[in-house]
Write a protein that binds this ligand. Structure first.
Ligand SMILES: CC(C)(COP(=O)(O)OP(=O)(O)OC[C@H]1O[C@@H](n2cnc3c(N)ncnc32)[C@H](O)[C@@H]1OP(=O)(O)O)[C@@H](O)C(=O)NCCC(=O)NCCS
Length: 116
């Protein structure tokens, strides 16, 4: 993962890793979040929002004009989380191949995405 270090961020504390975001900026200016996760005991504390803010800032500095992420249809927590952060959520049929729909999140401005 050394090639994506600028946009892969880890939240650490004395008791270990509390969360992380793994993403990158595509050549066409999309800041793509491959995975974001916070530890069970850190959820609901604002850490996920904070990680997205840090990612949006890093992605912006590396040329991102928009943010994108995807999740499974049954990941209702992720869908609620991304909507709270200002993302559009659309179900895209066959996204992962025939019969495999995914929820696709978009936000035009990466910095807008971090506003409450
Ligand atoms: C999704 C995830 C990263 C959210 O992290 P978090 O640290 O709990 O998020 P925050 O505390 O910063 O929440 C930000 C906002 O989203 C809302 N939110 C977060 N999780 C939510 C949930 N499951 N249901 C409803 N709202 C949720 C919060 O209420 C908060 O809203 P507010 O600002 O109005 O109070 C975390 O639940 C997680 O790691 N899930 C498992 C991995 C995963 O599914 N990742 C996403 C797909 S790759």
């Amino acid at each position: 993962m050394q090639e994506f270090g600028e946009t892969c961020l880890v939240a650490r504390a004395e008791d270990g890793i509390h969360g992380y975001v793994i993403g990158f900026v595509t050549p066409t200016g999309t800041g793509y979040v491959h995975l974001i996760a916070t530890r069970d005991d850190a959820r609901g504390t604002g850490l996920g929002r904070c990680l997205y803010a840090a990612f949006a800032d890093a992605a912006h500095r590396h040329g991102a004009l928009r943010l994108k992420a995807i999740t499974a249809l049954d990941n209702t927590g992720s869908i609620a989380f991304h909507r709270r952060l200002g993302f559009d959520a659309k179900i895209v049929d066959d996204y992962n191949g025939p019969g495999q729909a995914m929820v696709v999140f978009h936000r035009v401005s990466p910095l807008d995405a971090v506003q409450p």
